[in-house]
Design a protein around this ligand. Sequence first.
Ligand code: GAR
Length: 365
Amino acid sequence: MESPEFVPAELDAVVAWRDELDRAGRKLVFTNGCFDILHIGHVRYLREARALGDALAVGLNSDASVRELKGLGRPVNSEGDRAEVLAALACVDRVMVFHDRRVDGLIDRIRPHIYAKGGDHRPETLPPEEREALRRVGAEVRILSLVPGRSTSATISRMGGGGAGTKRRPRLAVLGSGKGSNFRAMLGAINEGRLHADIAVVISDVPGAGILDLARDAGLPHLVVDCGARRARIDAAGAKDLVDRIRASGADLVILAGFMRILEEPVLGAFPERILNLHPSLLPKYPGKDAWVQALRAGEEEAGCTVHLVTAEVDAGPILKQARVPVEPGDTAETLYSRIQVQEHLLLPAAIEEYAANFLPGLQP
Ligand code: GAR
């Protein structure tokens, strides 16, 4: 039987609960953090925090704020998963997710009796706005010692991953609807050492798509996500499934290699600045379908292809890399497109390699 979905506490409910505790003469302890990959250091810290008062509320950094604090490769686990794991601890009474990297707003609302903080902090080294908020609400500040060697980074490092002191190759989720020649080119580039990455999963919206056969033949995880009946869009259930599958694969980057549906929320928000798309034109010219046909019909002397970051506006995100292809006299749509594809096969792996090197610094080979 599937268990009901876990829902983190709403701030208003935590505030009301705090007032109840206060009326009963009981003390609320509040702490906050990322709590990505829970380890014994977290558990001891939270137990100690709980023992300072009568109840413990934890403010959990949202995925976006963890990324801001710790870099693009983090969090390893999503905010929903992290919240549910934390809430399962006997010493944790409430978990709420917060989106700001600063915590003073939350302190002002919750008005904890005791504020617990871990690490090398001393009360006077807390950020000034945090100290100010704690003073305003009259909270007692308690600094708890961390358990040496028991950190998420150390855990990842022991796993041979991208934590402090070690580097691992970026993991790619590749999405495609078609024959997958660009995916094949990525595999070639990986084998030849031009692309230092691993394929986490290949996902298609089209059962039987060639890209899935290529993944199967290469012994790589591959699956179909049912994106719904609306052409070029993804319905709500499909979008949720897509996000879940990509997250479950542990991918650091999502590569659209001929994925013919438009990505919207919640997919975009789940992987901000981590989705790259390949498009067969020199963007911003000719977004949309059959871009090379549009270029040919417009009488362009030059066509090409682009790798760009995916944003809410279709084919309009920041351009990462382009390759140019002259339009030859007598070109047909087919001859032009086949020359563009030759360039695509070089461009996509090169763009991924560059992007990973520049924006996933912890993950380089
Ligand atoms: C590629 O030409 C890519 O540029 C295009 O789909 C093709 C996939 O080919 N993508 C788009 O048009 C996205 N708007 P492939 O399956 O052989 O890699």
